[in-house]
Write a new protein. Structure first.
Length: 214
């Protein structure tokens, strides 16, 4: 009589006392207590391993993906510095000193002057565009000659602003050439190092799981 003992305790007791006695039968299939205990232990071990390996697998997949992204970003910067680098652009937007750190003092001075010029030009353009709209819709009266001069001035200011943007793109290209080794190479090494570490950890985990399931 089992009483308050649990089923696993009862099976282990029967396995010790009567290992070759019939434990169960289903049609032509049957098993004694020794075989039942062995199969139960294997199933329990598999469930434990599965419960541990699922979150580990998810973490490994995330780490592998992140390492691959880092390696790809480093490779693209290293091999194609003139190519658009959205991640680096975003980093420079978040931390503006990143790009000037790779420029000479003269280039930094030019960049600051151009940025100030662009900011002033944009503010002036906004004011003059608003004035032109008011003139066009009759809210403000202006002589036709002055209105035409205003239109031409706005077109000229737009061209100057475009020239400033061209200077910024040139300076960004100079920074990218220097960032390709300072940032691209370390990112490539870190990314491949992460991939290697994840794959090595996966092999160890699989070896550990194989040993536990035996």
């Amino acid at each position: 009589m089992v009483g308050r003992r649990t089923l696993p305790t009862a099976i282990r007791r029967q396995t010790r006392e009567r290992p070759r006695h019939l434990a169960w039968r289903c049609g032509s299939r049957q098993s004694d207590f020794a075989e039942l205990d062995t199969h139960s232990s294997r199933v329990a071990t598999a469930l434990v391993v599965l419960g541990l390996s699922v979150p580990m697998l998810t973490m490994r997949s995330g780490a592998l993906f992140a390492s691959a992204v880092v390696a790809l970003a480093g490779f693209l910067l290293l091999a194609f510095p003139a190519m658009d680098q959205p991640w680096l652009d975003a980093l420079e937007d978040i931390a503006p000193p990143v790009q000037p750190a790779f420029l000479s003092s003269g280039e930094r001075f030019t960049r600051n002057e151009v940025l100030d010029s662009i900011a002033r030009a944009r503010a002036e353009l906004l004011r003059l565009h608003a004035l032109e709209q008011d003139v066009r819709w009759g809210k403000i009266e202006m002589e036709p000659d002055k209105a035409e001069q205003l239109r031409q001035y706005l077109a000229g200011r737009s061209e100057i602003s475009a020239g400033d943007q061209l200077v910024l793109r040139y300076l960004r290209g100079k920074a990218r050439e220097r960032q390709r080794l300072a940032l691209g190479l370390p990112l490539l090494i870190i990314g491949f190092g992460g991939i290697y570490a994840v794959r090595r950890g996966r092999r160890r985990a699989l070896h550990h799981i194989d040993r536990r399931s035996r």
